[in-house]
Design a protein around this ligand. Structure first.
Ligand SMILES: Nc1ncnc2c1ncn2[C@@H]1O[C@H](COP(=O)(O)OP(=O)(O)OP(=O)(O)O)[C@@H](O)[C@H]1O
Ligand SMILES: [Mg+2]
Length: 264
């Protein structure tokens, strides 16, 4: 199993306050699987995956079991956790700006990781980044590599972080609203790229979105998260026919019209 989260509870401590956010979340992603995590804003989607990668410090109180490709992320020391994050998993963060160093050129940020962590020669790393930036549909990719994050639009940066995620050939991608800011055509192209990697090299993917209809069009299985609890899991085929929970029905009825007809 690439990702196995069992009975995850999480509470944030801020000053004297304790806010309980996740209440027993369990989910799995196997190689070759595309699993959806869907829920409204604030339901705990980003918190779930950030906790799974142990990206929180003392402010988060975590219980439960988290296994990433055989590593017990609760028991692992900080060095091991970092290794897992660097080589096994790619997190595509919801805010692409937060993922990129603002004072480094795009090309340097992306290529350096391939040099440092994966031992690639710099010219090879540059070639790989250029080819991936082209694949994700970034205009003028060579020029973009010399630019800084603030010189690119939100949609362009989103493509950059998707290229960065694919560059290290991860076994597992955690994609947090990673195609939400893109136009429908680009979104479809990028999802097709993900699907190709899932099919061809057994990539596992957890696809986070608030768009249940998009998730239903592409995922093998969908977990519906509400206020820190998975209230329903939908399976192919006929995901919506089997939807029981009233909250899932609300999501089914409230999806944007563009994806409703299965445009993607
Ligand atoms: N570092 C933090 N400290 C305290 N509370 C936090 C922290 N991060 C998130 N929260 C709270 O946890 C809850 C879940 O937030 P989270 O970001 O996981 O939601 P989400 O489902 O990803 O929403 P969105 O769709 O808007 O991205 C929210 O109430 C949020 O305020
Ligand atoms: Mg989020």
């Amino acid at each position: 199993m690439l990702l196995n989260i069992t009975d995850l509870h999480l509470a944030f401590h801020t000053g004297d306050e304790r806010a309980s956010i996740l209440h027993g979340v369990s989910l799995m992603v196997a190689p070759g699987e595309l699993v959806g995590l869907v829920g409204e804003s604030g339901s705990g989607k980003s918190t779930t995956i950030r906790a799974a990668l142990r990206l929180y410090g003392d402010e988060a109180e975590i219980t439960g079991a988290i296994d990433v490709d055989g590593t017990d992320m609760i028991a692992a020391d900080a060095v091991t956790q970092r290794q897992v994050r660097a080589s096994t998993v790619a997190l595509i963060q919801q805010d692409p700006r937060a993922a990129l160093n603002p004072v480094r050129r795009i090309g340097d940020s992306l290529a350096e990781r391939l040099v440092k962590v994966h031992g690639m020669r710099r010219p090879d790393a540059d070639q790989r980044i250029l080819s991936l930036l082209t694949d994700v549909g970034l205009s003028h990719p060579e020029r973009r590599m010399r630019q800084y994050p603030h010189e690119l639009s939100g949609g362009m940066l989103q493509r950059v972080v998707i290229a960065a995620a694919l560059s290290t050939d991860p076994k597992l991608i955690l994609a947090d609203e990673s195609t939400s800011a893109l136009d429908v055509t680009t979104q479809a192209e990028i999802i097709a790229m993900f699907q190709r990697q899932i099919r061809e090299r057994g990539l596992g993917m957890l696809f986070i979105t608030h768009d249940l209809h998009l998730a239903a069009a592409i995922c093998d299985r969908i977990h519906v998260l509400r206020q820190g609890e998975i209230v329903e899991t939908l399976h192919r085929p006929d995901m919506f026919r089997t939807a029981q929970h009233p909250y899932t029905r609300v999501l089914v009825d409230s999806a944007p019209a563009l994806t409703r007809k299965g445009t993607v």
